[in-house]
Ligand binder design. Structure first.
Ligand code: CTP
Length: 402
């Protein structure tokens, strides 16, 4: 479950593009994440995918007829427009975009949009052939809609229905869901706050082909960044090594080594309200990085001399731009609470998230204890990284309020 989607009604408009079948996946993912999804389709869309598919996935009535009435004679599409928290049109054809730009309302999607957009923000995900997308008429219509406040999720590049390759593919479902979450989260309890999150592991080069690395997946920092964005914050995500997709709606700074991450953090905290150091930073690096690949030769052992890396949190603690709230993580194999408390003190943190190591790396469920400066420790039940992120952000929001 994603907190910002719970108890929200998402109106999903589906129009007549070959990508209409992908809207089924989107409707399913949004439903599973906790949202109620009302689907409204154009007649052309129903030629690509049946309303029954959406009804089965969302367990809600699908409207395809602008004239359709509810049993009490209310107009269906008007009722849907009224209860929507957001209106997402995915895929949106060039024709529908033109209708929206000009206020036409001759099918269920455009009529609903005309009514819904007064209350609910409009997100449009175009899908069409490259020529149609790049045409001045489409671009002018898009500009008009943007000027009116619509959020456009631009089409991607790749294989198109015509067999050609180019710009025009419907944005992928993860990017669409990120955008929906960010738009719904505007005005949340972290609005106008700047939160810096570090994530993933660092890599320390040994030679041009080898590194010292660790097992951090980056999932915790990613979940934190997305959850903070969903609560309205401006998020700067400083990412070490990870294979995760860059979330939309957050600003990414890449940092490979501990020293690069330190530079990035010290730059990013200047205007920040909070820093959450979820990254697994290498404590040591090779004293020297060989310029050429180290050959194994005839020796049976190789000794690497390591030197200490800067402690980023300790440097932040001494920095004139230390954010109001600074949070660290402690992943420990033994003496979890004793070690975590010692780090809380030595790094001058406001909160430390103590994780026993078997649960700390790569897993989707965390066992964590939150320890606040001043002593209060809260052992949390096993939580998903999404839910743990919300607890950490609750702490930040409460601290920033005081
Ligand atoms: N950290 C940091 N800079 C480092 C190492 C760690 O800012 N050079 C941060 C981590 O991002 C984390 C916290 O400090 O939020 C604790 O990291 P951890 O690796 O558990 O502790 P260390 O200080 O490295 O201590 P030790 O290795 O002795 O456990």
């Amino acid at each position: 479950m994603v907190r910002v989607l719970q108890n929200k009604t998402i109106l999903l408009g589906v129009t007549g593009s070959i990508a209409a079948y992908k809207a089924a996946g989107l409707a399913s993912q949004l439903t599973q994440a906790g949202a109620a999804v009302d689907v409204v389709m154009t007649r052309a869309a129903t030629q690509f995918i049946g309303p029954l598919t959406f009804e089965a996935l969302t367990r809600r009535h699908v409207v395809t007829d602008v004239m359709a009435l509810l049993p009490d004679s209310q107009i269906w599409h008007v009722a849907m427009a009224k209860r929507a928290d957001i209106f997402v049109i995915a895929p949106a054809t060039a024709h529908t975009i033109a209708k929206l730009a000009h206020g036409l309302a001759d099918d269920a999607v455009s009529a609903t949009a005309l009514d819904a957009s007064r209350r609910a923000p409009l997100v449009i995900a175009p899908a069409m052939e490259t020529g149609m997308w790049e045409h001045a008429a489409t671009q002018e219509n898009i500009a008009k809609l943007v000027a009116r406040g619509a959020v456009i999720v631009p089409p991607g590049e790749g294989h198109l229905a015509s067999g050609a390759s180019g710009t025009g593919r419907l944005a992928n479902a993860d990017d669409l869901i990120d955008t929906i979450r960010a738009v719904l989260g505007r005005g949340g309890d972290l609005a106008r706050r700047v939160i810096v999150v570090t994530a993933g592991g660092t890599q320390e080069p040994i030679d041009p082909v080898r590194v010292l690395a660790n097992h951090s997946s980056g999932k915790m920092g990613w979940a934190l960044a997305q959850a903070a964005r969903d609560r309205g914050a401006r998020v700067i995500l400083i990412a070490g090594t990870t294979s995760l997709r860059v979330p939309r709606g957050v600003e990414l700074m890449a940092a490979s080594s501990a020293r690069e991450m330190r530079e990035a953090v010290l730059r990013a905290i200047v205007d920040a309200d909070a820093l959450v150091m979820a990254a697994a930073v290498a404590d040591f690096r090779p004293a020297q990085t060989a310029e050429q690949k180290i050959k194994k030769g005839n020796t049976e052992t190789l000794t690497l001399e390591l030197v200490k890396n800067p402690d980023i949190l300790a440097d932040v603690a001494r920095h004139s731009s230390r954010p109001a709230v600074v949070i660290g993580f402690a992943a420990e194999t033994q003496e979890l609470l004793v070690n975590a408390r010692a780090k809380l003190e030595s790094k001058n943190l406001d909160l430390i998230v103590a994780n026993p190591v078997p649960s700390a790396f790569g897993s989707d469920i965390d066992r964590a204890t939150l320890i606040e400066r001043g002593g209060a420790a809260t052992e949390l039940p096993p939580l998903t990284k999404e839910d743990l992120s919300e607890k950490i952000l609750d702490f930040i929001a409460a601290r920033l309020k005081t």
